[in-house]
Ligand binder design. Structure first.
Ligand code: ADP
Ligand code: MG
Length: 600
């Protein structure tokens, strides 16, 4: 077999195989180039799903005439010059491959004009890198790239393209992701001459239009603001409340230094942070930005730059998990008010003008100036809002209008409906609480704290309880007696197949003790090794909590109900039971009016 040097066009076509899968991938590369050029306005015109035309126009720095052929040549870039630059990449591009790859699989024309020149130049290329045709053109400044007839010369790949509509959907979702990575850039997207979206960065200074376009109009009301800074790492953005979860993981956006990435480590950390509060099979919604020193991430890990490598992945994982876990746990009934306040405060501020000055935009969090409250501040403001919370309801039957300001977020109990739901009157309207679910969460969080700080207080049973178990369960109980003691459960094996229960955690002493012990033994048995129990201790604690919770058969007194409401207000994760189901809902004036067709 003879060895041959491949032609530049074939080399470019091979490279295109890695980065250009479909029209959406071209849009991604072109918009990244516009970002790198410091553009503040990007317009994207699409025809027939991007198969017949993609035109990306920007107002960035432009390319000088003599550099145009280089822009279209392989391994030519203005973004890095040395290995040191590669280890410190701040731009989106750096491989010098996108334009030549595109020109090898489609008809490409580049029109550009820098500030310094009085005329724009158009150059077209066919990926052979041998001939470039120049012509003067008119363009106010910036760059326009036109890509026509994708895969016109590679029929085999053209066959893989889907319908126009599907290709456009892919393309639109790429534009959404990119719009979320740079809140200071305006975007216009049109398809077959119809405008799909037009987001003006200045007019949308609260980012509401952009977020609504990507995550739906109710996302902001159902999201927490994240902004955590620690030892050189910054995590900011929005995470959806557990109740705003989805059946698919389709609204998850994670940016590392402005670059959207998909990463197993990140996905794992986020999933873990939500583990305790999400109903099984549901997926959280999030838009998160991680910023760190570029030399701590390797962005050269994937041709389409969709993956990164962290130098210290362990500490990134821990930082993400801890920040998110803490923020989610800190949600308290009544919190949305805090977000509203911060929005109002924001609206009073003048929206800062944010133009990117240089070819290498400094990486910056897009929410820096949008919702300024940090989690710690949120908690503080919450404390101020709610004032001193007392355990006691006012003596009047219901809340008089003058005293509404002092009403705690979950209000005061009115009734225990069917011995299941607590009805309470709140400042806004009516609160409904699933008493069992809420009590379960309160117990669970208490157990977690007690377990973390040493031991769960055990309460001896007045009459030790004898139970029959299988022989293997009896053996397990004896082997795991130390572990069980830490959980507040004291057992003795008194025969081949019988145990006696001497004490249980105090919260569950009034529950079904026998059932509790059986379940915990089953948990431990299922987990097998003893380290596994340690890892899954939350599952064990959650099943203990479940047994101690109010069963739906006893009528609660008003004092008990109010005590539970007050406990919920100060308990982590109190919005969901330990299985992720909601524990309470509020029917505000809007919902109540709707029942009676008021104001319609
Ligand atoms: P890379 O982005 O990795 O450098 P590309 O092939 O995407 O490689 O682009 C090659 C070069 O062309 C870039 O380095 C940049 O100098 C120039 N360029 C491409 N698009 C634009 C644009 N929209 N505005 C200004 N310069 C551009
Ligand atoms: Mg590029």
């Amino acid at each position: 077999m003879k060895i041959r040097q491949l032609s530049p066009q074939l080399v470019n076509q091979i490279a295109a195989g890695e980065v250009i899968e479909r029209p959406a991938s071209i849009v991604k590369e072109l918009v990244e180039n516009s970002f790198d050029a410091g553009a503040s306005q990007i317009s994207i015109e699409i025809e027939q799903g991007g198969i017949s035309l993609i035109r990306v126009r920007d107002d960035g720095c432009g390319i000088e005439k003599e550099d145009l052929p280089l822009a279209l040549s392989r391994h030519a870039t203005s973004k890095i010059a040395s290995l040191a630059d590669l280890e410190n990449v701040r731009s989106m591009g750096f491989r010098g491959e996108a334009l030549p790859s595109i020109s090898a699989v489609a008809k490409l024309a580049l029109v550009s004009r820098t500030q310094a020149t009085d005329c724009a130049w158009r150059v077209s290329a066919d990926g052979t890198e041998s001939e470039f045709h120049f012509a003067p053109d008119s363009l106010p400044g910036g760059t326009t790239v036109e890509v026509r007839d994708l895969f016109y010369n590679i029929p085999a790949r053209r066959k893989f393209l889907r319908t126009e509509k599907t290709e456009f959907n892919h393309l639109e979702s790429i534009v959404k992701r990119m719009a979320l990575s740079r809140f200071d850039v305006s975007f216009v997207l049109s398809h077959n001459l119809r405008k799909i979206v037009d987001i003006d960065a200045e007019a949308d200074s609260l980012n509401q239009k952009r977020l609504a376009w990507v995550c739906g109009p109710t996302f902001l009301e159902n999201a927490l603001v994240i902004d955590v800074d620690a030892s050189g790492l910054r995590l900011s953005g929005w995470v959806g409340l557990p109740t705003f979860s989805r059946s698919q993981g389709d609204m998850q956006y994670f940016y590392v230094n402005g670059r959207l990435v998909k990463d197993k480590l990140i996905a794992h950390a986020v999933r873990q942070a939500y583990q305790d509060v999400l109903f099984h099979g549901r997926h959280p919604v999030f838009i998160l930005y991680l910023e760190l020193d570029p030399c701590l991430v390797d962005v050269n890990a994937h041709p389409a730059k969709m993956e990164v490598r962290f130098r210290d992945s362990r500490s990134i994982h821990d930082f993400l998990f801890r920040s998110l876990h803490r923020s989610l746990a800190a949600v308290r009934p009544g919190d949305p008010k805090v977000i509203e306040i911060s929005r109002e405060r924001q609206a009073q501020d003048n929206a800062p003008t944010r133009r990117v000055p240089s070819n290498y935009p400094p990486v910056r969090s897009p929410i820096q100036s949008s919702l300024p409250l940090r989690v710690s501040e949120q908690i503080e403001s919450y404390a101020i809002l709610s004032g001193e919370r007392s355990n006691v309801a006012p003596t009047v039957d219901s809340v008089s209008s003058e005293s509404y300001d002092e009403v705690p977020p979950l209000g005061y109990a009115i009734a225990h409906l069917h011995n299941i739901y607590i009805l309470a009157e709140s400042k806004n309207g009516l609160i409904l609480v699933d008493a069992h679910a809420a009590h379960e969460r309160v117990n669970y969080e208490k157990l977690k704290q007690q377990y973390a700080s040493g031991e769960i207080p055990a309460q001896p049973l007045l009459l030790p309880l004898r139970i029959s178990v299988t022989e293997s369960e009896a053996g397990l109980a004896a082997d795991a007696s130390e572990k069980l003691l830490n959980l507040g459960i004291e057992l003795d094996r008194i025969g081949v197949d019988s145990l006696v229960i001497r004490s249980v955690p105090s919260q569950v002493a009034n529950g079904d003790v026998e059932c509790l012990v059986r379940d915990v033994l089953a948990d431990i048995q299922a987990m097998g090794t003893s380290t596994k129990v340690e890892q899954k201790i939350n599952e064990v604690l959650s099943s203990i909590a479940c047994h101690g919770s109010i069963r739906a058969h006893r009528k609660l007194t008003q004092t008990e109900m109010n005590a539970l409401l007050r406990e919920m207000e100060s308990t982590d994760n109190s919005g969901q039971c330990s299985h992720g189901r909601p524990t309470w809902v509020e029917l505000g004036p809007k919902e109540l009016d709707k029942f009676f067709l008021r104001g319609q």
